[in-house]
Write a protein that binds this ligand. Structure first.
Ligand code: NAD
Ligand code: IPM
Ligand code: MN
Length: 359
């Protein structure tokens, strides 16, 4: 198959981790006789430096002519004092909104080889296999009005019925394809948006009698995520709650550097992006864990291109490299050798080659 992919490396560790994922995609293309046409474009701080726009027209144009988008990360201290329209994060929010990517799918799975890297007890972290379905184009991030003066600031939290219905349907469908359990997370004891959310989830549940539904408040969900994470299957929640819960969930796996995500819409077109940010503290040092971006590329193969075998090959290579005790610094445990980004990526590429030989 021939596919066009726009690569948006972004800032900080973004270029390092996307380079790793691109090498993996090129290896897959070679092995399975696909052609992946890669186009690099600017987003975030890199785009602000180039043309004072965190999401240039050229980037939008190239993305709209592509089958999928692969993103590294945006942001960094260099742009932290910029006015809000000139912040790197604005570019990421704008591209999600522009393409209507309302469904952010964030799988969190405990990997046996990494149980010692997790701060949680082994018996708590093992068997965790959950998916956070985060609403991505509404809520506090986008609602108007918004204003800020010296003595006053205003953000608005608004949700429409349509915005809630479509993400809730996505989550019920994902739950149905997994273990059939859905936790809808809100703050319905305080917020009206959450009350509407809950009403809509109650209406929708009639269409999914095979799914076991539970409503949970976000504060106690944050606690249960750490005390009993294996109790969750699918979690559906609004934009801000999903952002916070997913970074919390990442500690179960041992590192934020492990979590992939897909930001999509009904037709499967999407932005495949790690959950983590640009990690300015380790940027440019060849230390970043590229697994989250490589696994995001695997999600792209599966969800955007229906390449299940290819996606599974990538995931298997990542797990085998970890099982062999090859860790990046963020996963460091006593007695393990720490590999750089490029060394660890080379192991994944070797592993992919050996999977092919043994076919
Ligand atoms: P961060 O995710 O960048 O980093 C948090 C911590 O996790 C840091 O200690 C970092 O070193 C570590 N970390 C993250 N990814 C890692 C990886 N792949 N390998 C090893 N260690 C990793 O969050 P932050 O420090 O709060 O934010 C830094 C910048 O990133 C900010 O400008 C923020 O706005 C931006 N950000 C961007 C995205 C995105 O582009 N999707 C997501 C989150 C934050
Ligand atoms: C994420 C990030 C972004 C978000 C920021 C950088 C805008 O934290 O993708 O999780 O909050 O959505
Ligand atoms: Mn986040």
């Amino acid at each position: 198959m021939e596919k066009t992919i726009t690569v948006l490396p972004g800032d900080g560790i973004g270029p390092e981790v996307t380079e790793a994922a691109v090498k993996v995609l090129q290896t897959i293309a070679k092995r399975f006789n696909h052609t992946f046409n890669l186009h690099y474009e600017l987003i975030g701080g890199a785009a602000i430096d180039d043309c004072e726009n965190p999401l240039p027209e050229e980037t939008i144009k190239q993305c709209s002519q592509s089958d999928a988008i692969l993103l590294g990360a945006v942001g960094g201290p260099k742009w932290d004092q910029n006015p809000s329209h000139l912040r790197p994060e604005k570019g990421l929010l704008a591209i999600r909104k522009h393409f209507g990517l309302y469904a952010n799918i964030r799988p969190v799975k405990a990997i046996p080889a990494l149980l010692d890297s997790s701060p949680l007890k082994k018996e708590v972290a093992e068997n965790v296999d959950l998916v956070i379905v985060r609403e991505l184009t509404g809520g506090l991030y986008f609602s108007e009005p918004r204003e800020k003066s010296h003595d006053h600031a205003l953000d608005t939290l608004a949700y429409s019925r349509t915005e809630i219905e479509r993400i809730v349907d996505t989550a019920f469908q994902i739950a149905r394809s997994r273990r059939g359990k859905l936790a809808s997370v809100d703050k319905a004891n305080v917020l009206d948006t959450s009350k509407l959310w809950r009403e809509i989830v109650e209406e929708k549940r009639q269409n999914y009698p095979d799914v076991e539904l539970e409503h949970m408040l976000v504060d106690s969900t944050a606690m249960k995520m750490i005390t009993q994470p294996s109790a969750f299957d699918v979690i559906v929640t609004e934009n801000m709650f999903g952002d916070i819960l997913s970074d919390e969930a990442s500690v179960i796996t041992g590192s934020l550097g492990m979590l992939p995500s897909a930001s999509t819409r009904e037709d499967g077109f999407g932005l495949y992006e790690p959950v983590h940010g640009s990690a300015p503290d380790i940027a440019g040092q060849n230390k970043a864990n590229p697994a989250a971006t490589i696994l995001s590329a695997a999600m792209m193969l599966r969800e955007a291109f229906q390449m299940e075998t290819e996606a599974a090959a990538v995931e298997e290579a990542v797990f085998n490299v970890l099982n062999d005790g090859n860790f990046t610094g963020d996963l460091q445990v006593e007695g393990k050798r720490v590999l750089s980004t490029t060394e660890w990526t080379a192991k994944v590429l070797e592993e992919l080659d050996s999977e092919f030989v043994s076919d």
